[in-house]
Design a protein around this ligand. Structure first.
Ligand code: GLU
Length: 285
């Protein structure tokens, strides 16, 4: 099977060394295998994403010498695809509306903790059908959540493989009843990324190890929706001299600032890959 990799930035800031590293890992993996490398813009968070950043990220990738196959897929152009898959999950009784605010969730005394902070305590899962209907009819703001326990029951046990870490037993409850469609869009990151990797035929998902917990629920969604599970390759995150993770707010680490300082694309690529062992990954799967 031919290898298809992708780089999927969210346009909430300029490309920085950390995200350039992620792009390079995916690009090299695709090119070394004689396969495809895709770029996808993940702009489902319509309040935080900006077109200027999208344009700048693509220009920086080109400047770095990374070429991609086909058109760039922009998620906000494909809400219909996510809505259709959401309806399939809903038809199986796996989705419920949640009317809680962030403050309601934070105030919940018994909210269990997950990898990204407090997990949703399930308040709205217990609403009766009449109360649910009343709130929907009254136009109360809501997102949609996946009933993860019921989803786990339908999916059954599952596994996935990370190229360097090996086999993982799927933990479908790890993110609790996570958001499957936001208040303002008919999807969430978790749904859109899973649907797109499937529709685009991605066979190797390379991305930062901070996203590894989410992989457990992406594979859950793949099981529910009847998709193939790709190989995963979670890579380390670049840090600054003090060991702090590089973030979009670190202006000195943006590709633009390095270019303006006079560094060449080759030098920036080398700086991103560093003396790191993962710069020359062992792709043994
Ligand atoms: N859009 C995500 C980000 O910029 C990456 C998601 C992924 O690679 O699956 O952090």
């Amino acid at each position: 099977m031919s290898v298809v990799t992708r780089f999927a930035p969210s346009p909430t800031g300029e490309l920085h060394l950390g995200s350039a590293y992620s792009a390079l890992v995916a690009w090299r993996r695709g090119r070394e295998a004689g396969g495809k490398f895709l770029v996808r813009i993940e702009d489902t968070d319509i309040r935080r994403c900006r077109r200027e950043y999208e344009t700048a990220i693509l220009a920086d990738l080109r400047w770095l010498g990374l070429d991609w196959d086909g058109e760039v897929r922009r998620q906000s152009d494909h809400f219909g695809d996510y809505g259709r898959e959401l309806d399939r999950l809903d038809a199986r009784g796996l989705v419920y509306p949640c009317f809680c605010s962030r403050a309601d969730i934070a105030a919940s005394a018994n909210a269990p903790h997950g990898p990204d902070g407090p997990l949703y305590p399930g308040t709205c899962r217990h609403l009766g059908p009449a109360e649910r209907q009343r709130r929907l009819a009254a136009g109360h703001e809501h997102c949609l959540r996946l009933d993860s326990a019921r989803a786990a029951g339908q999916a059954g046990p599952y596994e996935f493989v990370d190229a360097t870490r090996g086999r993982f037993e799927g933990q479908p409850l790890l993110m609790g009843d996570f958001v499957i469609a936001r208040k303002d869009t008919p999807t969430s990151y978790h749904l859109a990324v899973t649907v797109d990797d499937h529709l685009q035929g991605v066979t190797v998902v390379t991305r930062g190890e901070d996203i590894l917990p989410s992989t457990h629920v992406h594979v859950l969604l793949q099981r529910l929706l009847g998709y193939e599970t790709p190989l995963y390759a979670h890579h380390r995150l670049l840090t600054d001299a003090s060991g702090r993770r590089l973030a979009k707010r670190d202006r000195d680490a943006t590709i633009r600032s390095l270019r303006e300082k006079g560094l060449t694309p080759e030098e920036v690529r080398r700086r991103a890959l560093g003396g790191d062992a993962l710069g020359a990954p062992r792709w043994n799967q």
